[in-house]
Design a protein around this ligand. Structure first.
Ligand SMILES: [Zn+2]
Length: 378
């Protein structure tokens, strides 16, 4: 990249992240999503950051034509419709008990689970999807959780979410959810979905694993969704179940993860996404990252779209998405090449660490003196 381009991008980025002076530019549009499948159109993107790709509106007809051929995993809006995405790094004081809990995360164990999940082609309502779902249910059962497998239909076919619960010891009616979709999709019959989203699903498993023997003041729900790729069906089904049971208000936060393991440039970056109404939750997560995951750069965005946080936010539940900041340029996106070797394990570890610290804070992890004593002598 030439110097002049650098300077231009820097000025543009500064405006993009700090003010709205570019927002009135009538010719600029933003495409939100992954642009790998659009590469044949040779669009000269003005900027690609945070899964947002800025382009001149004269390319809109070509993109729309491409979309009509069935490529519809993105949205397009005028530049002015997007709110600035901001770097968000406020460090707090580390709690030694929480630090001790985070130290129990095992990235090698997580990666093994990513490899296991990626060995099944997990397209919704296929046998590979069922095998992965059963494996997940078995994992959670062996950890001692109460497991349920509610089923629902996607395009006329039955599929299921996998849910694992632990009831809180002090405020059992307050629920905190950690979720990620387990289904995958691809341009061929093989859909390994390592980054999208064995990475997030295995993170749900690893988080459940390290807290399995601990008490929490509030109740925990770990959930792996199916039917995400066909339109967020698993998370929408969960929201509708809670609404029907009149327990939606008991869900105090939903921490969802999607594509946490890709870095295009060896930087460790996290994009935290929710609506404006849940800025406080996003700020908490950003501060957990700054405190417990040094080296992870975090951005917050209120342009929420396209993953399992959406049905919760739309129903009024404080919900966030944690996603790698480079997902919009991941070459393996929705392809048979989405394999475990593409994963940046260190970045994934930092994102899982951030999410577990958030969960421990929100749901009130209970640390006994015995545990501290034991830790001192290990
Ligand atoms: Zn995904």
């Amino acid at each position: 990249m030439k110097k002049a381009t650098h300077l231009f991008l820097f000025v543009f980025l500064a405006c993009w992240t700090a003010s709205s002076s570019w927002a009135d530019h009538p010719k600029l549009m933003v495409l939100r999503g992954n642009i790998t499948e659009l590469s044949e159109l040779n669009i000269p993107w003005v900027l690609s950051e945070h899964g947002h790709h800025v382009f001149d509106s004269k390319y809109l007809p070509a993109i729309n034509q491409f979309r009509e051929q069935g490529h519809d995993h993105f949205i397009i809006k005028p530049f002015s419709a997007f709110k600035p995405i901001t770097k968000n790094q406020t460090k707090g004081n580390a709690n030694p008990n929480i630090q001790g809990l985070l130290n129990q995360l095992d990235i090698g164990r997580w990666y093994n689970d990513v490899v296991t999940l990626s060995s099944w082609s997990r397209r919704t309502a296929t046998t590979g999807n069922v095998s992965a779902a059963n494996w997940l249910a078995n994992q959670f059962s062996q950890m001692g959780y109460t497991v349920s497998q509610p089923s629902f239909t996607v395009q006329g076919q039955s599929t299921k979410n996998i849910m694992a619960e632990k009831v809180g010891t002090v405020r059992p009616d307050d629920w905190y959810l950690v979720g990620a979709h387990m289904d995958s999709i691809s341009n061929t019959s093989q859909a390994p979905g390592a980054v999208d989203n064995a990475s997030g699903c295995a993170a749900v498993v690893e988080m459940a694993r390290v807290v399995k023997d601990m008490d929490f003041e509030a109740s925990l729900l770990f959930i792996c969704y199916s039917g995400e790729e066909q339109g967020l069906h698993g998370s929408a089904f969960h929201v509708s179940t809670l609404s029907n049971n009149q327990t939606l208000s008991q869900l105090k936060a939903a921490l969802t993860m999607d594509m946490i393991g890709y870095s295009s440039n060896n930087d460790r970056e996290l994009l935290i996404e929710s609506s404006q109404a849940h800025t406080q939750l996003m700020n908490l997560i950003a501060s957990m990252a700054a405190t417990y995951a040094p080296g992870l750069t975090t951005y917050t965005s209120t342009n929420y779209w396209g993953s399992d946080h959406v049905p919760y936010i739309d129903a009024g539940v404080p919900a966030v998405l944690l996603i790698d900041d480079d997902y919009g340029v991941y070459p393996g996106y929705h392809r048979s090449t989405d394999q475990p070797e593409n994963i940046d394990q260190d970045q994934a570890m930092k994102i899982i660490t951030t999410n577990l610290a958030t969960l421990a804070n929100l749901a009130g992890a209970v640390f006994s003196d015995d545990l501290i004593f034991m830790d001192d002598f290990e």
